[in-house]
Every structure is written in C-alpha cells, then in structure tokens.
Design a protein around this ligand. Sequence first.
Ligand SMILES: [Zn+2]
Ligand SMILES: [Zn+2]
Length: 340
Amino acid sequence: MALAETSMTLEGDRRSILGRAAIVMGLLVYAGLLAGAWWAVVNLLPDQVSLHAFGKTKVVGDVHNRIVTGIGLVAAILPAALWIECLVVGWRRSSARALIFGPTMSMRTDLAVLVLGQGQVLDLVGKAMMLGLSMISGAAIRDWIQARTGFAVDLTALPFAAQLVIYFYVYTFFDYWTHRLDHSRFFWPLHRYHHSAEDFCVVTSARQHPAAFSAFFVINLPLAILGATPSVMIFVSVLVTAVGFLIHSQLTSDWGWVGRWLIQSPLHHRLHHKLDMTEPTGHFAMAPIWDRLFGTWRGTADPALVIGVAQPYRHGFWIVPDLLRDYWHFWSGFVIRRTN
Ligand SMILES: [Zn+2]
Ligand SMILES: [Zn+2]
C-alpha cells in the first residue's frame, strides 16, 4: 500500500515536472513569436500610412505605436500573465483552465469586457459616455503650456531605464489619487463594476466600466504633460498592464519586500477587493510607497479572503444591464444619496 502510494506520488511529480517544462517551453516559443511580430511591425510596416477614400487623402501617423498600444499590449501580455500564473499555481488551479473549461458568471463578465474592449467597442462607448472628455491630448496641453510659458519638463537626457522608473512612479502617484477618487461616493458606481468581480482570473484586470475615465487621465494627461515620450509611455503601459494582470490572478503571494515597498502584490490587491467593509479599504496604489505615505497601507490578505461588493450583479456574458445600471447610478448619485 505504502509502496503503491509512493509510486503514485512519484508519477504525479514526474507529470507535474513535465507539465511545467511544457509550460516553460510554450512561454519561450510565445515570447519568440512575439519578438518576431514586434520586429515585423517596426521594420516591415510603414510608420505613416496615407488612406484615399471619396477623393480625399487622410494621413495616419504613428502607426507602430498605435498597433503596439492598441491591440498588441493586451494580446502580448495577457497570454504571458496566464502562462506565468499557470507555471506557479499549476494547471488545475490556473485561470486559463477555469476560463476555458468552466468560467463562473463573474469570469464570463470579465471575458465579455475584454473582448469588447479589444474590439475598441467599449472605447467608443466610453468616449460617448464621458462626453468626449477622454479625447483631450496631454501632449497638446504640454505644447500649449510651453508655447505660453517657455517651460516644459524634459527628461530625455536620462537613460531610458531611469525614465521608465521615474514615470512608473509618476504614473502610480496619479493612479493612486484617481483610484481614491474612484472610491468616493460619486465615482464609486463606475468603479464598483471592477470590484463586483467575485473571482480573480487574470482577465479581471480588464473589467472596467467604459465610462470610468481614470486610466485615461493617469496615463495620457499627466505623463504627457510631464514630458514622457511616447515610447516611455508604451513601456510604462506594458509594466502597468502586466502588473494589473498578475495582481488579479490566482497567485497567492505577497511578493516579500517587493510587495511591501516596490510593486503591489496579488495578496495586497486582494485585500483592496475585500467584500467585508467593516474596516476601511486600503491598497489603492500599484506602488506600495504611496499607500504608506498617505496612510492607506493595511498589510496583507488571507488567500481565501472573500472579494466582491454588496450590490447584486447579474454577471455573465450579457453585460449591458449591469453597465447601464451602474452608469445610471453614477449620474443619479449626484442627486440621490446611496450607501453602496
Ligand atoms: Zn478599487
Ligand atoms: Zn482590482
């Protein structure tokens, strides 16, 4: 009996080692394909395209950046995040397995938001819902300030890595305060949509109400006004998107001192999503330093901590009713006082 058990364990170990080796190989192949695709976009596609239609010519510039930030960002980082999670927690507990073979109602919402977001549908809806507010350009404001005052922040003389670190912390500073604003009475109904998730499945990071404008404000406006070049902004986006996916994963780690000081960990973000509101919410920042400085550092979460919101949600693939209800709650919140 004992022998049979030992050989079964050995068999299990061998299989899990093989499984993990397959995941690592897959990840390497994927990274190679991605690097190839990146090279092809930059080297084979023109950065400027002229479109001719109805006797008119429209020039579309900055094509490389548009492709990388538009579709490439999520398409590149999401599979990598799913792979890394799978590598750490194993296939059985992975989000990839749950998403493919049995997504919960909450996960179905995450998937629907992701697909519509990638199809730029929610982007357009968001622009309409926020009355075009998100179309203001940070770079244009910077040029306007410079033309009038002669002043502009310019860090391009610094090494690229230093710029990346500086602008990551600039980003997380603004993200911290807009996130605090998201949790205020007026903006909560829109941000609540993100918090309504009942399970983390990596994709949960993309579950944002299209009218929630904070992502735009924190990336586009302050970073561009403060002189971040488009390529620095792409890499800050890559970093933020990758961390965003990982903190909404099944990883049950507090990342040690990294999670305590440098970058938010999955367990700290789990505590931010807690359903129980008897203690105030903390951990608003992707960089823990801001929570520590501004008094919202709370510690770490139990991996089994229940997440969600008190407000009932339908969830599922058909996301329109929840989105409209939350949008209505947002506007009506200026007139009617709500408690959740
Ligand atoms: Zn939040
Ligand atoms: Zn979250």
